[in-house]
Design a protein around this ligand. Sequence first.
Ligand code: PRP
Length: 183
Amino acid sequence: MKNELTNDILKVLYTEEQIRERVREMGEEIAERFAGTRPLFVGILKGSVLFLADLIRACPLRCDLEMMAVSSYANATKSSGRVRINHDLQQDIHGRDLIIVEDILDSGNTLAFLQEYLKAKGAASITIVTLLDKPSGRQKAVSADYVGFTVPDAFVVGYGLDYAQLYRNLPYIGILKPEVYES
Ligand code: PRP
């Protein structure tokens, strides 16, 4: 079957199998670290949805789940530095151990903002889990506690990550052809 998304991909960085294996490892590590506690996973929409769904299934813990929607990119390839909350937590997080789940840590603007915001709401601890880390993009001093893969300075899409809202449904992670966002 012709795949109209695949035509825009320059190179596959991580296959479905590689992602599945890495997410399974991360789930085991997190389950071990939080064994006997009841952490609250906070998934950051929209990019994290595929990763979050797989991660929590790899993490056999008693846990809660919340979603937040924040945005900073507004259809551009570079972070604007401004973060806006589009959907907030639905419960009191005072005294809770939070596990923030992100698809990518790039400039750090989103996570720097979220750390401050969630700390101010009284979280007991904040653990950051990101599938991808792109250190070359960093503008804020933020680091993740758990990183799936460290990626090069390229525009990556798939498995939740978008360009102009497309490509989130690719089952793998790939580098987008430059002509797609330069045109
Ligand atoms: C992306 C991604 C992270 C953030 C990371 O979200 O999901 O939340 O950017 O970039 P940063 O480290 O430079 O802040 P985006 O705002 O594109 O929204 P989306 O998840 O809905 O795609």
